[in-house]
Design a protein. Structure first.
Length: 642
């Protein structure tokens, strides 16, 4: 049954409350609702949030009076599951005050109204803490005193009394909406810079593997570039059956290492370290070294096996059996992955398989890993993730899971709903102005923003986009600026700072001599983009406006090759203007929506390019830019009023 006061269209809510919305600890969570009732009385509203060991409340105000839309913000201080309840009530005191003032202004007598107001104050005083109770009682007494009605009315409701009653309202006909849930993660769930690299390439030769110990020597350089998360592809033993050779060939030589995603050999499976990389003690030292440098280690969680994985021998029922009794390898016709067996999550022993998959995570969490990049989660049943993730987070609320799902949008969204902390996105394939702006509006300002957190990787071992192949170093700068300023979380795959951009063939997004299939020793003595990435990450850390996505505002620019957008958090405001053309100089006039910058339409203000230090004096909404990709293809401005 509908409450005495109608509360509907509450946000944040995901699929009518089936799944929790998302927030991070300390983040102000916007709450909205449509609230109304019969008649012309005034209403009050608030949101109450109850979570692990805490109860917080925040007032809501009417932001769209004609549409009865109310809004407020509540800050959730700790991680875990929170329940939010929107409350609304008839504000009898405010209604009385409004109506009595109107009658006074009309010259009508209000003797009875003053007594009614006094009785309301008597009732309200009972809900005010003792130190303020006497002030409210005194206000009631002033309404009952003799003298001029207008003077009595004005003397009673002083600013001090109104503030007391605002904090402790008289809530008549209190009505509560159904609870909505919000899962609260730690800050790294929303904000961070990721760096992916293969430990086996550090200290490697063309035919011999590097080690975790050698890879640990690379960590200070990664930390110096300002990265927060070091992501490692699988570090487990690799099978030899149908092992892939260079560039994914079917011919494998004795010194070819194979794909790290072909997990498992007689040396162990998902809870073992490849012998060439070292031991579990070496891994623990790697994690500790990263921690000393202020970084976290993310590990790949790939639920698949090589034909040599111990599970194949011990649990053949966990795999897909073909008509001839053989185990089916992975296929995406016409592609074949003979070196990988997919798991059968519909196995007769699905319960045992589920437990084994959970035990893998528990093992690595015990060794200091709190972030996992999940390989191809869209090829596993959604119900498996719906079972695994809540149970995992109940025991380890600090754990974060990044979904690597390059698939249909509906599946990407569903995986986020069931609990993945972050999601790979289609950013890599959004390169034009229209593509970027449309996609960002969806991610930042639609209902998707209430549960899906994007991570903008500029490249991956699987994806070298044509834009990078043909755009040269300017393209690498452009995509880094876009990813690093549009999304609170972004990432690069090792070699980006070297501008590696050679595909295996024309029209392919695969790298030539892909590190997925061979060792790739690199010369790190003078990476041309390292200083640029360092400064970009430094700017991200210095500006809280870049730590959020939902504050994004896209501005009008009169050149289709130039994009402008801003973010603002309190007094911190960042305006980014990017030339999307890596080949040619572009000029444009940027027409700013000044309220988004916190400025008046005619304001004079100073913009400082945080990448170069250049300072410009701007005035009003329309200003000129010229961006040469051979120099600096983008401005990342901090905006300060003059």
């Amino acid at each position: 049954m509908v409450g005495r006061i109608v509360i509907e269209a509450v946000r944040p809510v995901v699929d009518c409350g089936r799944w929790p919305a998302r927030a991070v600890a300390g983040q102000a969570v916007p709450v909205q609702a449509t609230i109304y009732r019969d008649g012309h009385v005034l209403l009050g509203a608030a949101v109450q949030a109850r979570g692990p060991g805490a109860l917080v409340r925040a007032a809501m105000t009417e932001v769209e009076p004609g549409l009865d839309r109310w809004a407020g913000e509540v800050t959730l201080p700790g991680t875990g599951m929170w329940e939010l309840v929107v409350e609304a009530w008839t504000d009898t005191l405010a209604t009385w005050q409004r109506d009595t003032a109107t009658k006074l202004d009309a010259g009508q007598g209000v003797a009875l109204e003053l007594e009614e107001g006094a009785r309301l104050l008597d009732k309200a005083a009972r809900g005010v803490p003792a130190p303020g109770r006497e002030r409210v009682a005194a206000a009631a007494a002033r309404l009952r005193a003799g003298g001029d009605h207008r003077e009595r009315f004005a003397a009673a409701l002083t600013g001090e009394v109104r503030e007391l009653l605002r904090r402790h309202p008289l809530r008549h006909l209190l009505t509560r909406a159904p609870r909505v849930r919000v899962w609260v993660d730690r800050e790294r769930a929303l904000y961070g810079s990721w760096y992916e690299f293969f430990p086996r390439s550090e200290g490697a030769t063309e035919t011999t593997s590097g080690t975790l110990a050698k890879a640990a020597e690379r960590l200070p350089a990664i930390a110096a570039m300002g990265f927060d998360v070091v992501y490692l592809p699988p570090v487990h033993p690799i099978g030899t059956t149908f092992r892939k050779g260079p560039n994914n060939s079917l011919e494998c030589g004795p010194d070819d290492p194979g794909s790290p995603w072909a997990i498992g050999s007689p040396d162990g499976g998902h809870t073992a370290i490849h012998p060439d990389l070292g031991t579990i003690d070496d891994f623990d030292r790697f994690v500790a070294r990263a921690d000393d440098l202020g970084m976290e280690v993310a590990l790949d969680y790939a639920l698949q096996c090589s034909p040599d994985h111990p599970w194949v021998r011990e649990h053949p029922e966990w795999f897909h059996l073909r008509a001839d009794g053989s185990i089916a390898y992975a296929e995406n016709p016409p592609k074949k992955y003979q070196d990988i067996y997919p798991l059968n999550f519909d196995s007769p022993d699905a319960e045992g398989l589920y437990r084994a998959c959970r035990q893998i995570l528990d093992y690595w969490i015990a060794h200091g890993v709190k972030i996992f990049r999940v390989d191809n989660p869209h090829t596993k049943p959604v119900r498996f993730w719906e079972w695994l993730i809540p149970a995992l987070k109940a025991d380890h609320p600090e754990v974060l899971l990044l979904s690597e799902a390059f698939t249909r949008p509906a599946m990407v969204r569903m995986l986020a709903k069931v609990g993945f902390t972050q999601s790979y996105t289609y950013f890599t394939w959004r390169n034009t102005k229209d593509e970027l702006q449309g996609y960002l509006e969806e991610l930042a300002h639609s209902e998707v923003a209430e549960y899906l957190r994007p991570n903008f990787f500029v490249n991956t071992p699987d994806i070298l986009h044509e834009y990078l192949q043909k755009g040269g170093p300017p393209a690498f700068k452009i995509r880094a600026v876009l990813a690093g300023t549009l999304s609170p979380s972004w990432g690069v795959y090792s070699g980006y700072e070297l501008c590696e951009n050679v595909p295996v063939r024309e029209g392919s997004e695969e790298y030539l001599d892909s590190e997925k299939y061979q060792y790739r020793p690199r010369d790190w003595s003078n990476p041309p983009l390292a200083a640029y990435l360092t400064r970009l990450n430094q700017v991200r850390r210095e500006h809280p406006a870049l730590h959020r996505l939902t504050d994004l505002h896209i501005h009008l620019v009169d050149n289709p090759q130039v994009m402008g957008f801003s973010k603002r958090a309190g007094e911190d405001c960042v305006l980014v203007v990017v030339n999307l053309d890596p080949h040619w100089v572009q000029e444009a006039t940027v027409h700013l929506w000044m309220p988004a910058l916190g400025l008046d339409w005619s304001a004079s203000y100073q913009v400082t390019d945080e990448l170069t230090g250049a300072v410009y004096d701007w005035r009003g909404a329309s200003n000129y830019v010229r961006l040469d990709p051979r120099g600096e293809p983008a401005h990342v401005f901090s905006v300060r009023p003059r």
